[in-house]
Design a protein around this ligand. Structure first.
Ligand code: NAP
Length: 344
């Protein structure tokens, strides 16, 4: 299947007002970069939506809230301040949302840090980079799935999107999933990517009315490198123009991710009869899920909506050998241990 044209993306996004009014969305990592651009595309394309933006920077949130008001004054954007490298903070934010909302239509996860530092453990015993790229995102999904399911049960949009490195992660250190002893940047990238690929399938197997999308966004110029040492930032600045042909503009990435998060080209595995729960597909039809089955509810996508298949054999091996199940059990055990430590 070819990449989706920008015209198709825009035509589809222009129909999103038909899904509302009053869609509810949560953007974790929406205070900058790719998350911010998807948030703004969502606010511009929907009617009277309620948006929660989760992050640390109050200044960025104030700016975004102001800009969103100019884009669409019918929408309401609220900031929930949290450092989500700790699961306790994820739980606090989720319980706040659960108290206030009866349903959720869209959960977008884009938190990220780019650092060359080694393992940096939080008091919960997780590396903070792995936490923002993987563990806290999985916790948001698992905490908020009941609200997403309420939307699915009433034939409304119900989608999860996580932006990281879909379908490209290499073999993991299988005996050390949280990289306590084998931490490196490349292992961290592989573990967070592959574990996400397989966890979305596992969520999808149970929560069939929700679609799960993992993307690899390509090269997008954002604030991601701001924490790097000066010499590396200078090197990126020099390399920037060389990467230009492969760079996706910030606004385009927002529009494309909004499409991937809402189009019925990527539907949940159980679509209600009333297919109004996503933007209608055009002639391109329904995409192949990560298991190779069309419309199976969990999707690994490239920057332009194409199916990302680079590590398909590895994922198949991990399903066959029980590694996918081990990843699930490991992740749930980490969450149990974080909760237990908090309550003891
Ligand atoms: N840009 C690219 O070319 C590219 C390529 C491949 C993959 N990706 C992935 O795409 C995702 C988004 O990247 P981006 O380029 O949009 O980065 P970005 O502009 O730096 O945005 C990262 C977001 O994560 C939030 N964040 C980071 N640590 C946090 C924490 N501890 N608690 C709460 N929020 C936190 C930041 O918010 P606060 O500052 O408010 O905390 C910010 O909103 C990342 O996972 C990245 O690895 C990006």
């Amino acid at each position: 299947m070819k990449g989706v044209s920008l015209d198709t993306v825009r035509t589809s996004n222009a129909t999103l007002k038909n899904l509302g009014p009053g869609l509810v969305a949560v953007f974790v990592g929406g205070t900058s970069g790719i998350g911010e651009s998807i948030l703004k595309a969502f606010v511009g394309a929907t009617a009277a939506s309620k948006v929660y933006v989760v992050g640390r920077s109050q200044d960025a949130a104030n700016r975004i809230i102001k800009e969103c008001r100019q884009v669409n004054e019918t929408s309401e954007v609220e900031f929930l301040q949290a450092d989500v490298s700790e699961i306790a903070n994820v739980d606090r934010v989720c319980s706040d949302i659960i108290q206030r909302e009866k349903r959720l239509n869209l959960l977008v996860l884009t938190t990220g840090i780019l650092t060359v530092d080694g393992r940096n453990e939080s008091p919960e015993g997780l590396d903070r980079k792995m936490a923002v790229h993987y563990y806290s995102r999985m916790r948001f999904i698992s905490n908020l799935l009941p609200l997403l399911t309420s939307s699915a049960s009433s034939s409304q949009l119900s989608r999860v999107m996580t932006v990281l490195g879909a379908g490209i992660g290499n073999r993991m250190v299988e005996s050390d999933l949280d990289l306590k002893s084998n931490f490196s940047l490349s292992n961290c990238g592989a573990h967070c990517g592959v574990m996400t690929d397989l966890m979305l399938e596992r969520f999808d197997a149970t929560w069939k009315g929700t679609a799960f999308v993992h993307t690899a966004p390509g090269v997008v110029k954002t604030n991601l490198g701001s924490g790097l040492p000066t010499y590396l930032r200078a090197a990126f600045k020099v390399a920037g123009p060389l990467l230009a042909p492969w760079t996706v503009g910030l606004q385009e990435t927002g529009e494309r991710h909004l499409f991937m998060a809402t189009s019925n080209r990527y539907p949940p595995s159980e679509l209600p009869n009333d297919s109004s729960c996503g933007a209608p597909t055009e002639k391109n039809g329904v995409a192949e899920g990560s298991d190779g089955v069309r419309g199976s509810g969990a999707y690994l996508l490239n920057w332009d909506g194409q199916i990302q298949k680079q590590n398909r054999d590895l994922l198949e091996e991990y399903r066959r050998t029980g590694m996918a199940e081990r990843i699930w059990k490991h992740t749930m055990a980490v969450f149990d241990s974080c909760s237990k430590d908090r309550n003891s």
